[in-house]
Every structure is written in structure tokens, then in C-alpha cells.
Design a protein around this ligand. Structure first.
Ligand code: MN
Length: 497
């Protein structure tokens, strides 16, 4: 068994870590080794291997020193004799709070049905997300390593953990735009939840790729030549494998016939600017006939988690169906690294992005992946002093002004700060909003202009007799969806112009 060491954490960084980072990580490492001394995992290895592996994952995600230190100590207060107050004294209240947040996320009372349990879990994750996203990222890294080592657990525990991973953790990773994390969690969970289908899909996928690989490579070569002729810069092209679980979901829609899944063989083209995406789309369609109704423009209309790309399905070499995905480097890094990339990019775009494009991407000279990783390293050295920067940009870009409320059925509704039950009602459906007569928050009747708080359960009371919205609602609603619905109805009734 290969034991992980402190050096493996440092090696996982995209940028060699600063001395300050190394110091806090080393201290946390030493505390974790001491605290978990003598403890073993079910696999037989030293327990401390688990928190070290978590730290390696966090370093690879581009997290800062405090988050990695907290990752190293995340099981200390719960599973050892060293209390949280020691961590606070030796490190800081910020790091202690991170550890405490992860510990609390783990303590979920098992009660009621499976569904209630998952709902409770999801709710806690979302609340933590809104207060300190780093806690959730540590928890995801913790879960990823537990899933990678799930084989050493008894079967009933395997199923419980795998189900929870599929229903709670993978959706959260997806919500954070962490595509790679989501896919790995789903594939690992799928293997335990439905091993027969997992094997079936995996084998079929491998066979399929063997057959299709040469068409994909041919398409890449042909498209590269066309783009060179047109003078469009390519930063990168690649063939792409689909995760086993997402392929399974697609196959289920098509009677488990893999030949009807059109985006399995895919070519990905990465270009510098948004305008290049559309130009490339034109080049692709000139070369290969597009399939009708299969062009998806997530650049103009991003997916709810922020995913951006243009997808088109075409009849490629030999008339073989392939999908082509076109995106900029920024979109690409956001799709892979999720929230961390967003931070890296938003911090650096003012000063560095243009330089990068013009310095490294000479015409028709594809930039290899390694260039991109190198660039990422440089950015992290320049901007990645520590987690404060990360938190600051997250507050600006992601979670500021966002709250999560729940329907009585457990569906999550995302709203801006100071949103009211009327906003909530219109977020569910226009007709629900128009017929609202009252609202309950956590089972208590409230005024319709009450501000909703994170994690509250909102029940909207409606009446068929209600003819439409009240003009006064316009004074307090926060979402544009609510405003436009209300105005539309009032106009219809001639109450406003
Ligand atoms: Mn753990």
C-alpha cells in the first residue's frame, strides 16, 4: 500500500505552495498524525491516510492553505481526544470554524423515511453553502475519498453511502459547476447501486470507443484543417469520453441502445473568444451536415449551473454521427474546475487573460493542455495569497444575495435576498403567484411581504376565486419574474398601463 505523505499534498498544488501555506499545512498535518495515531481504517491502513487524501484532493481543486489545513483535521474533534478548542488555540477561529462546519454536516439525525433523511442532509449542505462554501468543498472531498475506498465497508453501508452520494453530494457538486467531481461521485455510486448496469454500460462504452475512435480522430484532423484555412485560432481539440452514469441515463431513454446516443463520440474545440465559437460553428456545419434540432447554444443561454458551450450533432466522416462541442477557454475551465475556476478567472481577467491568449495562442498552433495548466499555476501564484481572495470573489459572484428556501415537498427554490412569499409563489409558477391569498413560513402564517430567510419552508395558500395579483405587491417583490407577471396581469385587467 502506498502511503501518502505531506509531500503528496504539496505535489497536488497547481502552483508550488508558498512558505506560509506550507507552514499551516505542515502544522495541521502533524496534528492530524498525532491525533489519529494508532487508529486504523477498515482497509487496514492508518486512519490518517484518509484526511491526507482529502487534503490532496483539496489541493488539486486549487483550494488555499486554511481549507487544506481544515481538511487535514476534519475528523479530529469527532474521532479523537483532541478537542476543537485546541485547534482554535493552535491555529485560528477561522480554521476551527471550518472544521466545526464539516463536523456538523456529518451529524445528521437519522429519522423518518429515506427521503426525509436526504432532504435534511441536502438542506444542511445548502445552508453551509450559503454561509461558507469552503465547508461544502471539504465535505465533497471527504465524500469523494470515502467513495473511492467504499469497497472495504459492509454491503448495507455501501448502499446507504452510495445512495446518499447520488442524491445529495453529486447534485451539490453539479450545482457548484464541479463537473469532474460530480461525474466521479456518480460513477462510484452507480457501481454500488446497480452493479449489473454499471458493468454493462461500461463494457459497451469501451467497445463503442474502440470502434469510433478513428472517426473522432479523423473529424478532429479535418476540422483543424478547415479552421486553419479560415484563420480561426484553436487552443485545443480533444475527443471526449462520457461518464458511465450519464451514458446510462441517456441509454435508458433509448431502450438501452447505445447507437442512439448521439453525443457519445464527441469532439471538443476550444477557441479564444465568444465570437470564435460562432464562427467555428459555421465552419463545422459547412464541413459536416448538422442534424436538425440538435444545436444547443448554451453560450447565449447558459445552463442553470453556469455551464456554457455550443453543442451540435453532425454527420461526420463516413456519415458517422458525432457531437461537436465548442467553447472558450474560460468556459472550459469553469466546466472542469467549477467554482474554483470562476474565482481564478474573475480575479485574473482584468490583467492577464488577454495576455494569455495573445502570447500563447499563435495562429494554427494548438496550445497543449499543459500550457493551460502552467498558466493556471502562474495565476495562482499571483492571486492565490489565501482563502480571503477566494471568499471575497465568491461573495461577489456566487452566493451574495442568494437564499435557498424549500417547498413543503422539499424542492429548492433559489431567491435573492429579501425575497417574499410572493416572489416564492411566482418562482414556482405564474398561476400560483396570481392566485396567492396567504403564506406560511415554517408552518406559521406570515404577511405576504415578510422576508424569507435561508432554509425556511414556504407554503403558499392559493384560492381559485382570487382574480389576480394585488397592485401593492409591486412595492415589495424582489424578483423580476414576480414583477413582470404581476404587471402583465394588471395590464390585462386594465389596472395599469
Ligand atoms: Mn472524513
Amino acid at each position: 500500500m502506498n502511503n501518502l505523505t505531506l509531500q503528496d499534498i504539496f505535489n497536488a498544488f497547481h502552483v508550488p505552495p508558498s512558505e506560509i501555506r506550507k507552514k499551516v499545512i505542515t502544522q495541521a498535518y502533524e496534528l492530524a498524525v498525532k491525533a489519529h495515531a494508532g487508529q486504523k481504517r477498515r482497509s487496514g491502513e492508518d486512519y490518517v491516510q484518509h484526511p491526507i487524501a482529502v487534503a490532496v484532493i483539496l489541493a488539486g481543486l486549487g483550494m488555499g492553505g486554511k481549507t487544506i489545513a481544515a481538511g487535514l483535521m476534519h475528523d479530529v474533534p469527532e474521532d479523537t481526544t483532541i478537542p476543537l478548542t485546541d485547534i482554535e488555540k493552535q491555529f485560528s477561529s477561522e480554521i476551527a470554524n471550518l472544521v466545526d462546519g464539516v463536523t456538523k454536516l456529518g451529524k445528521i439525525k437519522l429519522r423518518g423515511s429515506h427521503e426525509e433523511y436526504y432532504l435534511e442532509n441536502l438542506r444542511k449542505m445548502l445552508l453551509a453553502m450559503a454561509t461558507d462554501i469552503r465547508v461544502v468543498i471539504i465535505k465533497l472531498a471527504d465524500r469523494l475519498h470515502n467513495m473511492r475506498t467504499l469497497e472495504f465497508n459492509p454491503p448495507d453501508k455501501q448502499i446507504r453511502i452510495a445512495r446518499e452520494t447520488m442524491e445529495v453530494f453529486a447534485p451539490i457538486a453539479n450545482r457548484l459547476g464541479m463537473g469532474e467531481m460530480k461525474s466521479e461521485l456518480q460513477d462510484l455510486a452507480f457501481k454500488y447501486l446497480d452493479s449489473a448496469n454499471y458493468e454493462l454500460v461500461k463494457n459497451q462504452e469501451e467497445k463503442y470507443y474502440e470502434e469510433k475512435e478513428k472517426y473522432v480522430l479523423q473529424a478532429i484532423a479535418e476540422l483543424e484543417a478547415e479552421m486553419k484555412k479560415a484563420g480561426v485560432t484553436i487552443l485545443e481539440t480533444s475527443g471526449r469520453a462520457k461518464s458511465v452514469y450519464s451514458l446510462f441515463l441517456k441509454m435508458k431513454k433509448h431502450d438501452m441502445d447505445i447507437n442512439r446516443v448521439y453525443d457519445l463520440a464527441a469532439v471538443r474545440i476550444i477557441v479564444p473568444e465568444i465570437a470564435d465559437c460562432y464562427e467555428t460553428l459555421g465552419i463545422v456545419h459547412k464541413k459536416y451536415r448538422p442534424m436538425i434540432g440538435r444545436i444547443k447554444d448554451y453560450v447565449s443561454l447558459p445552463k442553470p449551473n453556469g455551464y456554457q458551450s455550443i453543442h451540435t450533432t453532425v454527420f461526420g466522416p463516413d456519415g458517422r454521427i458525432i457531437e461537436v462541442q465548442i467553447r472558450t477557454q474560460k468556459m472550459h475551465s469553469e466546466a472542469e474546475f467549477g467554482i474554483a475556476a470562476h474565482w481564478i478567472y474573475s480575479e485574473s481577467k482584468k490583467k492577464k487573460w488577454k495576455d494569455y491568449i495573445f502570447r500563447t495562442a499563435k495562429k494554427s498552433e494548438p496550445v497543449k493542455e499543459i500550457e493551460w495548466v502552467k498558466q493556471l499555476r502562474e495565476w495562482q501564484t499571483e492571486i492565490g495569497r489565501d482563502d480571503e481572495e477566494f471568499m471575497k470573489s465568491l461573495n461577489i459572484d456566487f452566493f451574495k444575495n442568494h437564499i435557498f428556501a424549500f417547498t413543503p415537498m422539499g424542492d429548492i427554490i433559489e431567491l435573492p435576498e429579501e425575497a417574499t412569499p410572493i416572489d416564492f409563489a411566482y418562482a414556482i409558477h405564474g398561476e400560483v403567484g396570481n392566485h396567492t391569498v396567504g403564506a406560511k413560513i415554517d408552518n406559521k402564517m406570515v404577511a405576504l411581504d415578510q422576508h424569507i430567510k435561508n432554509g425556511e419552508v414556504i407554503e403558499i395558500l392559493t384560492s381559485k376565486d382570487r382574480k389576480g395579483p394585488n397592485q401593492d405587491w409591486l412595492k415589495f417583490v424582489k424578483t423580476s419574474a414576480a414583477k413582470s407577471h404581476i404587471k402583465k396581469e394588471l395590464k390585462k385587467d386594465g389596472l395599469i398601463k
